[in-house]
Every structure is written in structure tokens, then in C-alpha cells.
Design a protein around this ligand. Structure first.
Ligand SMILES: Nc1ncnc2c1ncn2[C@@H]1O[C@H](COP(=O)(O)OP(=O)(O)OP(=O)(O)O)[C@@H](O)[C@H]1O
Length: 778
């Protein structure tokens, strides 16, 4: 079949005659006996591991630190093993390979041996299992037969064979030939709202991607439905199996476009027995910040542009700006003068130290205090002080509130949050940082106290700022936290007394100055310090902004901005990455237009492309409509080839007003199936209401609800990467016109369905969709 790129002649034979029945039963019974034995072994291993875990836990929490630490790591290891043994219950064994002159190999979700070390089951990721996915008649790799076992629970309910050596067919064999069935059966099934693993039906071109080398950057380019996401997840499982030690230490990060998408894929790796992987959006990659606020596309596009790296650097410099006039510091007994020359010299020293802003501050402060101490000595008439007296004087000055305040103005401690809020809140600062007038208008915002002020596009900027600012000395943090708590407590007392809103004010002050983040950071650290030993690699990585991952997988990678790439690259110093996407589907204004443009700056000569060419999701009839739209994106682009036909043409229906949309959607709902209405972003609320008010159970929101409801209303950005049994695209003309990348958006919308597609429109149907069959209005 065409899914194996070097498949050569057709090699699947289907025999469906009645005489085959009995021999088929014999084969099933034989396989059933084998599979039952595997489950018996699995049960035994589970019981043994449970006993080992109980043994460790029974030792309690006493002993030396080292004893406890060893026990913890054994307990962690046994729990992980147990979780893995439980995860493989469904579909434990799904394949058998018959090789010339050898005993058959059974392929499954993990490797099993008996007590004599005889192999009973081969992990699908092991090198010997590779022919299960790659063998073709042209290149049989020693395989005479590949058998797919279908199981329900622990029962074998069917077998499908691909025979590569037809001369060796026995009568029994002839009875069970039914190639492609496993794949096609799997593709035709109703969608559940969660992605499933495809371990039993991985195709040859996909297997090449899954087993590609760990090193360097692998780009997986492919049209919609070619399995990029599912393949990337299997690659994660493969890499963890093959390079377990290296990756267990440094972890694997999978980045997806939004939380609904992460929900959609979250069960795949656990079903493959892998749980210690961090799934995240870009917006969640900065510990302690939740990026939930929304902002217009053009604002996000400015924030995502590569130029923002310089803007942030200038914004930091701006906070090291020297005074235009000398600063007089009144200490009561005498007044000290801090002139520009002293400040300039101190700044020069601090910058030459090449430390980040917050650490360079120490150099700046030391210089300034030195100069002030000398002045003070003179003012006190003690011109000839020795070094130790001067040191005392410097320490005295350090704690003087007037000196502290002057230093804080000249070279303040800054959190990334403070830097960014200060920048967005001041047109003058933005101008100094190099932003043009139009950009300043877009980015300007009055500071909004509250936790929802960060957007996804802010996160890479916070991370960039954190790099340039560096950490704040923990002692300073602690002092700041104490001070903030005191202020809060004072405000609380004031509130009790006066019943006014001072507490709210104090909280707002804390938010605005970023102190609340400091407090949170402190508490977070304290909470985790004691139980760090129990954290998995993924958990430790998630809490550490500077974590260097062993491997990073980026899905829907075309959507990432230049600033997001900078952040991800910092997490991947070894540049071991898998980048999965489709340039034709780019929707975000800050997204990519070519892989070269994205990757050359970071991994020139170290990235390679694999292309997936077969569409497993969208049937031929639907893909024909989508392919027309693809020509709008690029005349030379070719849509992937679909493997299935359904015989059902996509339809289009013109309506007079939106009131008709709900009943049309209701009429398309199929019992047990899942339908999505994809709407223009600018009309999401209105069209969401039109559908949810007319269709019981319909939801118009992202998240788990959207995956589980029989009908969901989503924008293109929200539906990206997901799939549904049926899709209705509402107002396609508006989707096309909504942004500069409207054609890409419409292409994404049209390729989400596994079975049926319809288009509903109030205005004229865009010419490009004329392949849809118009439905007459009754
Ligand atoms: N070898 C396979 N066996 C069974 N199902 C498969 C196989 N390959 C892909 N699929 C199924 O095809 C569908 C599309 O896969 P996936 O979502 O990974 O595609 P994609 O390339 O990421 O698509 P898009 O770019 O549109 O998001 C999924 O339901 C997936 O399970």
C-alpha cells in the first residue's frame, strides 16, 4: 500500500471465504494461548515489584540522610516500574514477526522475559522490532510474515497478516490474510476526544522519523493528518527507551500550542508506559507565571519579533542610567554628593564585570559606597582613615535609608516582571529601548494589578529579561519578602481599624512592584526544598527556569515566534530537538515562514528534514476541497495523499441569518460522535451563542470540555492540532479575510475532520470552496 514509501507492488491479499472460518479459529486459539501466557507473566512481575516497593516503604523514614535518600530512590524506581507495568495492560501484545529460519517474535508495549531470560515479548522500540514497521515485499528484511493481533482486554479477537513470501503460504496462513485491515480499522473508528497511540500500525515513513538519531535537530514537515503529532510522541517514547539514562537525567520536554491540545495528547505517552515527560505550552515555561491574559494578534506579533531581544537589553540598560545632575544625600550631620563622575566610574566597573544586572549591582554599589565613605570621612574631619575604618564607614552608609534609596534609583534590583511592567507602562522607556511610535502605541498599557496580566507572548520576554537580570541574592529576596509581609500586615491592621481599602491598595502595590512574585517564589522554594528528593525529573525541570533538557519536541512549531525560539534554544544547549509542523498551516502573525529562517541562527548545518506524505485523518473527498485552498497559500504546495475514501462529498449551505446555524448543527450530530463548529475568531462569542443555545450539550470553550462534548465551537487557533468526526466551518469567507494568513487558517479548519465536512455561510461562498456540494434550502 502507498503508506510504505518503498512498498513496490501491492502485497496484501484478502481472503474472506467461509472455509477459512475453522482454520482462523485455530490460529486465534493459538495466539490466545500465547497472549494469556504473557499476561500471566505480567501479573507475576507486578506482584513482585509491588512486594519490593512495600518492602522499601516498610523500612519507614528513619536512619541517616544517605539511608533515606537511597530508600527514596529505590521507592521511586519501584513505583515507576510498577506504573509502567500497569500502563501496558491494554494491547500488551499487538504483533508477531515471522523471520526466515527463526522462532516468531512477539512485539508489544514492553519487553518481557521469563526467569531463564528467554524472550517472550519484544518492546516495540527495540532494534529487532524494527522490521515490524519497515519490512516491505521489496525489502522484506528477513520477514516472511507480519501479523497484527487485535485484542480486547486480554482476549485475542482477530489477526491480520501481511505475507512477504507467498510461496511459503500454508493453508492455515491463507485463511488469515487480511492486510491493511489493522490500519484502516483504526483510522475509521469514532474519535474519543483523546489521541490514541498507534504503536500497532506505525507506517514505514513514520518509523524512520521515530527512530531517527537523537542528536541534532530533526524537522518533521508534513501536511495535515500525516501523523506528525502522534509520531513525535512515539519518538519521545522511543528515545526514552533507547537513551534511558541520558534522558532520564535531563528529561524530555514536549511543547504544544495550547492547553486543549496538551489535554488531547496527554494520554499517549502514559499508554506507552512513559510518564516522566513534561508537556507544556510556551506560556507555561516560566515558573511562577501563569500566562492567561489575551491580547490582539498585532500586539503579540510585536512582542514575538526577534528585535525584542535588543529592546529588552536596552530596557535593562535604561535601568542603569546615570543621573543628569549630582544627587545630594542628606544624612543629617552632613550631606554627601554623588556626582556623575563617580556614578559613571562605578557603572563602568559593574559593566566590565560582565555579570547580569542584579549581580553587577554589587560591583556598582561597592564602588559608590567607597567614594561616599571617603567623602564622609572628609566631612567628619577624619581624612586619614585606614582601610578597616573605611570599611566600617561603607557598611554604615549601606544601611542609611537615604543612601539605599539613591542606590535603588541608580541601579535597582529588578525582577523580570518589574522590568517588563515598567517598560510597557512608560512610553519614554519604550522609546529609549528602541520601539517605534506605532509599536509603543500597541504595547503601552497602564499597569494592571492582578494575576492575569501576562500573555503567552510575554513569557519569552520575561525569560529573556531573566537572563539579562540574573537572580537576586537570596538574602535580599528574604529581606524584601519580610518587608513586603510587614507592609501587608500593616495594611491589614489599618484596614481593620479604618475599614477602608488600604489592604487592597497594599496588595496592589505588592503586585505592581513585583513583590508578590518574590513572595510566591520564596514560598514555592520553601515548599519544595524539603521534598525535592521525591520530585520526578519532569517536575524538577518545570520548576527550574534554566533547565537544560535532554531532548525537546516542539509541536505545531510553525506558530512559534522568534522570541519563543530563543527561549527554547536556551533550554536546549545540546540542540537535540524534534521540530514538528507544517509551514502551510502557519496562522500566527509572529510564526515561521521557513524552517531555514527559524533554525539557521541556532543550528546551521545541524538540522535535517524528514517529510511525511500520507494523510491518515482526512478522507479523499474532504482533502480535495482543502487542496484547492492550499493553492492560495502557495501554488507549488502539494496536499498529502489521503488513505481513505468515505464516498461522502463535503457540502455547503447558505443561510439567511445566524438563527439557522443551530438547527443545522443539531441535524449533523451523530450519536456517540464528536462534531466541531469552527468559527472566525472575531465572531466566536456570537456564533458560540447561536450554537450552544440551540444544541443540547454543545460547549463554546477551550479545554477538556471542548474535547469531551458532542459539539464544540472553536476558533481555528483553538482547533489546531485536534481532530473530530465531523466539522462545520462557519463563515469561511470571514476566516479567509480575518488575517494575512487567512488561507492557512481555512486550510487548517477544513482538515480537522475524519468523516464529514460542511460549510455554512451567510454571504456568498468563496469561489475556492466551489467543490463543496450546495445543499438546497428546504
Ligand atoms: N500509522 C498510523 N496508524 C493509525 N493511525 C494513525 C497513524 N498515523 C496517523 N494516524 C492517525 O491520524 C490522525 C492524524 O495524526 P496527527 O494528529 O498526528 O497528524 P498531524 O500531522 O499532527 O496533523 P495536523 O498537522 O493536522 O495537526 C490521528 O488520529 C492519528 O492517530
Amino acid at each position: 500500500m502507498n503508506t510504505n514509501s518503498n512498498a513496490g507492488p501491492e502485497f496484501h491479499i484478502t481472503i474472506n471465504n467461509n472455509e477459512a472460518g475453522t482454520t482462523r479459529q485455530t490460529q486465534l486459539a493459538r495466539e490466545q494461548r500465547y497472549v494469556a501466557g504473557l499476561y500471566e507473566r505480567l501479573d507475576l512481575l507486578r506482584a513482585r515489584t509491588r512486594k519490593q516497593l512495600d518492602g522499601v516503604l516498610a523500612q519507614g523514614g528513619g536512619g541517616t540522610h544517605q539511608n533515606r535518600s537511597e530508600r527514596d530512590s529505590f521507592a521511586g524506581m519501584y513505583s515507576e516500574r510498577l506504573a509502567r507495568l500497569w500502563a501496558v495492560e491494554n494491547g500488551l501484545c499487538f504483533g508477531r514477526l515471522d523471520l526466515t529460519g527463526e522462532k516468531p517474535l512477539y512485539i508489544g508495549r514492553l519487553g518481557l522475559s521469563d526467569d531463564e531470560q528467554t524472550r517472550l515479548l519484544i518492546d516495540w522500540r527495540a532494534p529487532v522490532a524494527q522490521p515490524f514497521y519497515r519490512a516491505t515485499p521489496a525489502e522484506p528484511m528477513g520477514v516472511t510474515r507480519r501479523r497484527h493481533l487485535q485484542t480486547r482486554g486480554r482476549r485475542v479477537i482477530g489477526v491480520d497478516d501481511d505475507l512477504f513470501d507467498l510461496d511459503r503460504l500454508s493453508d492455515d496462513d491463507r485463511a488469515t490474510l487480511n492486510g491493511e485491515a489493522a490500519l484502516l480499522a483504526s483510522l475509521g473508528e469514532k474519535r474519543t476526544g483523546r489521541m490514541r497511540d498507534i504503536v500497532a500500525t506505525i507506517q514505514a515513513e513514520q518509523d524512520r522519523v521515530i527512530r531517527s538519531d537523537l542528536n541534532g535537530v530533526l524537522v518533521v514537515q508534513g501536511g495535515p493528518g500525516t501523523g506528525k503529532t502522534v509520531v513525535a510522541l512515539h519518538r519521545a517514547a522511543y528515545l526514552l527507551y533507547t537513551h534511558r539514562e541520558r534522558l532520564a537525567r535531563r528529561g524530555v520536554l514536549i511543547v504544544g500550542p495550547n492547553l486543549t491540545f496538551l489535554r488531547y495528547i496527554e494520554q499517549v505517552l502514559p499508554s506507552l508506559g512513559e510518564t516522566d515527560v513534561l508537556l507544556s505550552t510556551v506560556g507555561e515555561l516560566y515558573p511562577g507565571v501563569t500566562a492567561t491574559a489575551r491580547e490582539p494578534e498585532d500586539v503579540a506579533a510585536v512582542k514575538g519579533g526577534a528585535r525584542m531581544a535588543q529592546v529588552i537589553a536596552r530596557a535593562v540598560q535604561d535601568r542603569q542610567r546615570m543621573p543628569r545632575r549630582p544627587i545630594d544625600i542628606d544624612l543629617g550631620r552632613y550631606t554627601l554628593r554623588l556626582d556623575q563622575r563617580v556614578c559613571e566610574t562605578a557603572r563602568g566597573r559593574a559593566l566590565r564585570s560582565r555579570r547580569p544586572h542584579n549581580q553587577a549591582r554589587a560591583v556598582f554599589v561597592r564602588q559608590v559606597l567607597g567614594a561616599l565613605a571617603k567623602q564622609a570621612a572628609k566631612a567628619l574631619g577624619r581624612g586619614m582613615l585606614d582601610e578597616s575604618d573605611l570599611a566600617d564607614l561603607r557598611e554604615e552608609l549601606r544601611t542609611e535609608p537615604a543612601v539605599k534609596s539613591a542606590l535603588n534609583r541608580l541601579w535597582p534590583y529588578l525582577t523580570p516582571q518589574q522590568l517588563l511592567l515598567g517598560l510597557y507602562g512608560s512610553r519614554e522607556r519604550m522609546e529609549y529601548a528602541g520601539l517605534g511610535a506605532a509599536e509603543r502605541d500597541l504595547l503601552f498599557r497602564a499597569p494592571r494589578p492582578g494575576r492575569d496580566q501576562w500573555t503567552e507572548a510575554d513569557v519569552p520576554l520575561l525569560d529573556e529579561a531573566a537572563e539579562l537580570l540574573g537572580d537576586i541574592d537570596p538574602l535580599v529576596l528574604r529581606a524584601a519578602a519580610t518587608q513586603a509581609e510587614e507592609e501587608l500586615a500593616a495594611a491589614r491592621r489599618a484596614e481593620e481599624a479604618q475599614r477602608d481599602s488600604e489592604l487592597t491598595y497594599a496588595r496592589e502595590v505588592l503586585e505592581l512592584t513585583g513583590m508578590s512574585d518574590i513572595l510566591d517564589a520564596e514560598r514555592f522554594a520553601a515548599r519544595h526544598r524539603d521534598d525535592e528528593i521525591h520530585l520526578t525529573t519532569a517536575e524538577r525541570a518545570a520548576a527550574d527556569r534554566t533547565w537544560a533538557y535532554g531532548h525537546i519536541i516542539v509541536d505545531e512549531a510553525q506558530e512559534l515566534s522568534a522570541m519563543a525560539w530563543r527561549m527554547l534554544m536556551r533550554h536546549s544547549p545540546n540542540r537535540s530537538m524534534t521540530i514538528v509542523g507544517d509551514i502551510a498551516q502557519t496562522g500566527s502573525a509572529a510564526g515561521a515562514t521557513s524552517w531555514k529562517q527559524v533554525l539557521d541562527p541556532y543550528a546551521a548545518g545541524r538540522w535535517r528534514v524528514e517529510t511525511l506524505s500520507v494523510n491518515y485523518r482526512t478522507p479523499v473527498e474532504l482533502m480535495a476541497v482543502a487542496a484547492d485552498v492550499l493553492t492560495l497559500i502557495g501554488p507549488s504546495l502539494r496536499a498529502p495523499e489521503s488513505v481513505r475514501e468515505t464516498g461522502t462529498r463535503p457540502w455547503s449551505r447558505r443561510i439567511a441569518d445566524l438563527g439557522e446555524l443551530g438547527p443545522i448543527v443539531a441535524g449533523e450530530v451523530v450519536e456517540g460522535g464528536r462534531l466541531v463548529v469552527i468559527v472566525p475568531a472575531g465572531r466566536a462569542a456570537e456564533l458560540g451563542e447561536a450554537v450552544t443555545s440551540a444544541v443540547p450539550g454543545a460547549v463554546a470553550a477551550q479545554g477538556a470540555d471542548a474535547l469531551e462534548a458532542p459539539v464544540a465551537v472553536l476558533t481555528v487557533a483553538e482547533a489546531k492540532g485536534l481532530e473530530f468526526d465531523a466539522v462545520i466551518v462557519a463563515e469561511p469567507g470571514e476566516i479567509l479575510a480575518e488575517s494575512g494568513r487567512g488561507a492557512g487558517d481555512l486550510y487548517v479548519a477544513l482538515t480537522r475532520a475524519t468523516q464529514r465536512l460542511g460549510v455554512v455561510h451567510t454571504g456568498p461562498l468563496p469561489e475556492i470552496l466551489s467543490r463543496c456540494e450546495p445543499v438546497a434550502v428546504s
